[in-house]
Design a protein around this ligand. Structure first.
Ligand code: ACO
Length: 709
């Protein structure tokens, strides 16, 4: 215990206490303080280690009551606090005096209603006293493996190996009933409430080493400290699956509708990108969360994306096939020898294609034999098993055949199952689950579970890689950015942005700023025609609107005319703008337009975007995102995730373009964003890509006080 807020050692007392006090244990069965006590006793926590605290009561539920925690004759590991907010600080101080190691504050009335000062006060008391504080504003905490239900949920969930952490207390209550119905076992259930002290990251780190927890599931609404979460996720997710339902997805749609790269990167997108980077699976709803939790808790990841569907019904097989395709699951071709072996387990009219159709006559022996053959074949990565109920088959027997086949295999390949057929199949589904075989009522859910195992397998098999340290001219970039900040500007001028890009090795067209008419010809000559001329002024952002740009300058006369025309236009259309000069830059040959951007997310820091550039960005929303620091592999993945990549890779006879040069630009934008926290946005759009190399035709760099230092 080092006393720091991130010290997780005292979480042991929160999740595995040997003794619990309930401060505010009530005599009234209608009150939360009574229910918490009732649940602790009913859940099977040792009665002699439960200490109700209530100054007005002698005894509640046949347990001796103490007027204050200080009167309890034994040590107390965890205090659950259920008194009104205004007396919480007082009882907390008593907990500190008593030497309590952890508190769970059910009481509401703190930060969630704007009572920030009160919340800060309780955190201060807890930290100074070396206690970890869960809440406030929570339903409580439960651990099925030590029969502790220190909550006002309706019951203790079944014992299991799925940890469920939830920011919403109401969801905790609702889900307990649901998990009981669905026969889903939990290890711990933690309501996080206001997360004033203990947060998701603390619990993830603690549960990594909990032998009773195989998978960590979270309902999350938001994070205060994205960096802490990412640090922890990077340490834990290679050892235990972390699956999160993050509320607030719809914001993504709204953000994605915008044309600007920066605003494309809404914060929900940042969550997705951060989760992906650190192998956290993002489920889209609670059902998927538990479906995937079951799959990842019971099965090894899918490391070889060569999957077989085994079914007794053609329709279910087709539905599963469609779902596999949209989930990225590859259905393998069945090699002739394996097909020959499988033929032993079906009538002559069965099918050894994939899906393998054992037909409606399929028996336990056929399912078992076919599954054993598949699991022992080296090419097979995983099997999705479907059963459609018929009048002549017994689902329980078939379930038994599947369990036996899996038990007799090496158990190194995942299987998921779906028993379709209403109430007749429910019993066998439960039987399969009890035997650690993930089972679902629809083929789509069995496929979705396999897709989660595939994503996990891909994450675990990623080769280790680091963000490269690129050679850049940091000093030049620092000078330009520093000057702009000194002048109180929130963006670099376009020439400055080009200069910073150039300093960071991002290819830009040759350019020069001309400050007098006499320089025009020599500068134009030195750059070479055709040219673009544009006003260089910190006050003018939309240059076209004020006549500040001339394109297609073919010769020296044209350059002089452009110079004169631009200055005349500015005098007329933007008379108060500070004019630095006119910038001439080489007009580059058109290439394939893509964009590379950066938006500094307030939670996770720099979020890099890659996508189809130009006008298409609005229509196609064909953009991929990653959180920095970026590795070369991630930059390549960003490109290949977009539809635009087909064009870059040479679509239908088109020339293959220089993808490596784009990877390099992505990495350099990433490094620029990492090096300068003052940069809040970067937009390289369009970036023209050619057969050899690429050039940034427009670069915007936004500055500001970073929310994420
Ligand atoms: N030490 C111990 N017990 C005390 C003390 C003390 N210093 N002072 C009073 N008590 C006793 C009271 O006498 C009472 O017991 P009794 O009923 O036997 O007399 C008991 O503590 C509770 O105190 P009350 O003043 O009666 O408070 P009440 O039970 O009405 O409310 C509560 C307390 C539940 C903490 C309330 O203030 C609250 O915050 N409710 C909201 C809780 C909540 O919703 N949390 C979030 C859940 S998430 C979701 O949204 C579902």
């Amino acid at each position: 215990m080092d006393g720091s807020p991130d010290d997780i050692s005292n979480l042991k007392y929160l999740l595995e206490p040997e003794s619990v006090a309930v401060i505010g244990a009530s005599r009234n069965p209608q009150k939360i303080g009574y229910q918490v006590l009732w649940n602790l006793i009913g859940g099977g926590f040792p009665r002699e280690k439960i200490f109700p605290i209530n100054p007005k009561a002698e005894e509640i539920l046949d347990l001796k009551c103490y007027p204050s925690i200080l009167e309890v004759p034994e040590k107390v590991d965890l205090a659950v606090i259920v008194v009104p907010a205004k007396i919480v600080p007082m009882v907390l101080k008593q907990c500190v005096e008593k030497g309590v190691k952890a508190v769970a504050i059910i009481s509401a009335g703190f930060g969630e209603v704007g009572n920030i000062a009160a919340e800060e006060e309780i955190v201060r008391i807890a930290r100074e006293g070396g206690m970890r504080l869960l809440g406030p504003n929570i339903v409580g905490v439960a651990n099925t493996h030590n029969n502790m239900n220190a909550s006002f949920c309706q019951a203790l969930p079944f014992k299991g190996n799925i940890a469920f952490i939830t920011q919403s207390g109401a969801l905790a209550i609702a889900l307990v009933g649901w998990t009981l119905l669905e026969k889903i076992g939990l290890s711990v259930l933690v309501s996080l409430g206001n997360k004033a002290d203990v947060d998701d990251a603390d619990l993830i780190l603690y549960l990594r080493d909990d032998p009773k927890t195989s998978v960590i599931t979270i309902y999350m609404e938001g994070l205060d400290d994205g960096q802490k979460f990412m640090d922890v996720a990077s340490k834990v997710s290679s050892q235990k699956p972390i699956i999160i339902v993050k509320a607030g997805r719809s914001e993504r749609g709204a953000k994605a509708a915008s044309s600007h790269t920066g605003s494309l990167a809404g914060s929900d997108i940042a969550y997705t990108a951060a989760f992906k980077k650190y192998g956290v699976l993002r489920a889209s709803n609670i059902q998927e969360l538990f479906d995937w939790a079951m799959a990842t808790a019971y099965m090894p990841p899918l490391k070889n994306n060569n999957v077989v569907i085994l079914t007794n019904g053609g329709g279910a097989g087709v539905l599963a096939t469609d779902e596999c395709e949209s989930s990225g699951i590859k259905l393998m071709d069945i090699p002739p020898k394996l097909a020959e072996e499988l033929r032993k387990y079906m009538p002559p009219f069965g099918s050894v294609g994939n899906p393998i159709d054992l037909t409606g006559m399929a028996t336990k022996e056929w399912y078992k034999g076919a599954l054993k053959a598949l699991l022992s074949h080296e090419d097979v990565g995983g099997v999705i098993i479907l059963y459609c109920h018929t009048a002549i088959t017994a689902p329980m027997e078939i379930a038994e055949g599947i369990i036996e086949a899996y038990e007799e295999s090496n158990k190194d390949k995942p299987i998921t199952t779906s028993f379709i057929g209403g109430s007749e199949c429910l019993e066998s589904q439960e039987h399969l689950r009890r035997n650690n075989i993930p089972s679902y009522p629809s083929p789509e859910r069995a496929v979705s579970a396999m897709a989660a195992l595939l994503e996990r397998g891909r994450y675990l098999m990623r080769p280790p890689s680091r963000a490269p340290q690129l050679e850049v001219d940091r000093a030049t970039a620092k000078r330009i950015i520093g000057k702009a900040l000194e002048e109180g500007r929130s963006a670099l001028s376009s020439i400055e942005a080009f200069q910073v890009a150039e300093a960071y090795g991002i290819p830009v067209p040759p350019l020069q700023v001309v400050k007098s008419r006499e320089e025009v010809v020599s500068v134009a000559r030195s750059i070479g025609f055709p040219l673009v001329a544009e006003i260089e002024s910190p006050d003018i952002i939309h240059k076209t609107d004020v006549g500040g740009i001339v394109l297609d300058i073919e010769n020296e006369d044209g350059a002089l005319q452009a110079y004169d025309q631009i200055l005349k236009n500015i005098k007329k259309n933007a008379p108060t703008a500070k004019v630095i000069g006119v910038a001439f830059r080489k007009m580059v040959e058109e290439g394939q337009e893509v964009l590379v951007g950066m938006h500094r997310d307030p939670t996770f820091g720099p979020l890099i975007a890659f996508g189809m550039g130009g006008i298409f960005v609005n229509i196609l929303k064909d953009v991929s995102f990653r959180i920095t620091p970026l590795t070369e592999m991630e930059a390549k993945e960003m490109i290949s995730e977009t539809k635009a990549s087909k064009i870059l890779y040479g679509y239908r006879g088109m020339e293959k373009l220089d993808i490596n040069s784009v990877v390099d630009v992505i990495l350099r934008v990433s490094q620029l964003a990492m090096d300068f926290k003052e940069i809040t946005g970067i937009d390289v759009n369009p970036l023209f890509v050619y057969r050899n190399g690429c050039v940034a035709v427009d670069v915007k760099i936004l500055l500001g006080k970073s929310e994420k230092e």
